[in-house]
Design a protein around this ligand. Structure first.
Ligand SMILES: NC(=O)c1ccc[n+]([C@@H]2O[C@H](COP(=O)([O-])OP(=O)(O)OC[C@H]3O[C@@H](n4cnc5c(N)ncnc54)[C@H](OP(=O)(O)O)[C@@H]3O)[C@@H](O)[C@H]2O)c1
Length: 167
């Protein structure tokens, strides 16, 4: 049985069909969601795949420890590089909360270990080529759900959900 890691969380924004990205970028721009991401992750360890690292316009993200899973050297400063899942799990021992921040390959590998999910549910079906895994209600319970909000620039609607692992 997979070991659940109490201080490993996932943070993700996904549309109604679990789409998360397109051509190595985000399908939407939600200013409040980016602020929320910063507020939740600041001071902690953020763990991402190679593609997500290179998708960041300014990297590393300030005031956070970046860990990148990559088969090849990044050739850039600012991140702890690793090529094994077990090393990532070892690194998690050093922080009170660690966040898997994407992308698809990372969510699919680490969902089984995570204890908490900060999910921004973006209303609608966007053009996407990467996806978040389906969540089973056998495994996850809903702790909090915000009202639906509307981004003032794009009109895109979204809400914040917090889920925790059952049992
Ligand atoms: N909506 C959101 O919240 C959100 C958040 C973050 C990212 N995104 C989006 O997600 C998309 C990127 O997702 P993605 O799946 O293409 O990329 P990704 O997960 O960011 O990175 C994949 C890369 O990481 C490497 N990697 C992953 N696991 C590894 C392991 N166990 N060992 C060694 N290397 C490993 C892969 O190497 P290999 O070559 O070995 O496969 C591959 O090069 C982008 O569109 C991005 O904008 C969305």
């Amino acid at each position: 049985m997979t070991q659940i890691i109490p201080n490993l969380s996932i943070i993700v924004a996904a549309d109604s069909k679990n789409g998360i990205g397109i051509k190595n970028t985000l399908p939407w721009h939600l200013s409040d969601d980016l602020k929320r991401f910063r507020a939740i992750t600041t001071g902690h360890t953020i763990i991402m795949g190679r593609n997500t690292w290179f998708s960041l316009p300014k990297r590393p993200l300030p005031d956070r420890r970046s860990v990148v899973l990559t088969p090849d050297p990044l050739g850039e400063e600012g991140a702890t590089e690793t090529s094994t899942l077990s090393e990532v799990l070892e690194i998690c021992k050093n922080d009170s909360e660690n966040f898997i921040i994407g992308g698809e390959s990372m969510y699919s590998q680490f969902l089984q270990y995570a204890s908490k999910i900060y999910l921004t549910r973006v209303v609608g079906n966007f053009d996407t080529d990467t996806f978040f895994p389906e969540l089973s209600s056998d495994d996850w319970s809903l702790d909090e759900e915000s009202e639906v909000m509307t981004d003032s620039k794009s009109g895109i609607q979204y809400r914040y959900l917090t889920l925790s692992r059952k049992g």
